[in-house]
Design a binder for this molecule. Structure first.
Ligand code: NDP
Length: 241
């Protein structure tokens, strides 16, 4: 059992909730963050006992204050899962600047906001695991997702640079690129589009959140210290390269 402190952003629903729960089951002392859905947060904490902290991962000042609160409650953060993410799909010629900014800030700037305050102490302590949740659509692009694909591809470059910076200090950084996983986020995809997507997945189904959580616990482990700067692609064979 680990005993280390792990934080999962956007951890009250979907992939984040499954990841937090899997880490808890392996003995990590876990906290999650969320944005606005109080009911989901209460349900999650009630079911798992994991404390949920409400702050906007896209907001730098709120992240500084939020990390301080978590650290006071649990101790220094040793595993950070940058999972909080949103979609605001629109074809580029119809996308508003607000949609663009919201997606970039929530999916990509959030990684800066959290890592900026968490990685320094990780380096000082000589141990850290940063796990960023990217997306197949950052690897392949997708209609209506210029902002989302740019943010997710940006997370990829961010991960590689952070991996180089942390390597000599015991701080790893890796990216998981999930394919289509059955969560609330995917339930916003129009049903006919989802039928087309499922037909392109060789495994023949959507993924489950616990199948991504399994990879999170693998990368979080003390034993994964030689894995850094990698992308773990988990998509039922939809995109192979
Ligand atoms: P969900 O929509 O099911 O859950 C999103 C979580 O993120 C919620 O806990 C939500 O909180 C939180 N969140 C959203 N915005 C913010 C914010 N500004 N600050 C803090 N927390 C926030 O998403 P998924 O589980 O499907 O996705 C998780 C991650 O995986 C995302 O980064 C997504 O892009 C990525 N991904 C998902 C895929 C999929 O098929 N589902 C495929 C590839 C990647 P609240 O409940 O308060 O809204």
């Amino acid at each position: 059992m680990s005993g280390r402190v792990a934080v999962v952003t956007g951890g009250t629903r979907g992939i984040g909730a499954a990841s937090a729960d899997a880490l808890r089951q392996q003995g990590y002392r876990v906290a999650v963050t969320y944005y606005a859905n109080e009911q989901a947060a209460q349900n999650f904490t009630g079911r798992t006992g994991i404390p949920a902290f409400r702050f906007d991962a896209a907001n730098t000042a709120q992240c500084v204050a939020g990390v301080k609160k978590i650290t006071e409650a649990l101790g220094p953060i040793e595993v950070l899962v940058n999972n909080a993410g949103i979609t605001r799909d629109a074809m580029l010629h119809k996308m508003t600047a607000d949609q663009w900014n919201e997606v970039i800030q929530t999916n990509l700037t959030s990684c800066f906001n959290l890592c900026n305050v968490v990685v320094g102490p990780m380096r000082e302590r000589g141990f850290g695991r940063v796990i960023n949740i990217g997306s197949i659509n950052g690897q392949t692009g997708q209609l209506g997702q210029t902002a989302y694909a740019a943010a997710k591809a940006g997370m990829h470059g961010f991960t590689l640079a952070l991996a180089r910076e942390g390597a000599s200090r015991g701080v790893t950084a890796n990216l998981i690129a999930p394919g289509y996983i059955d969560t609330d986020l995917v339930r916003t995809v129009p049903p006919d589009e989802l039928v087309r997507i499922r037909a392109r997945i060789p495994v023949g189904r959507l993924g489950r959140a616990d199948e991504i959580a399994r990879a999170v616990t693998f990368l979080a482990s003390d034993k994964s210290g030689f894995i850094t700067g990698s992308t773990l692609t988990i998509n039922g064979g939809q995109h192979m390269y």
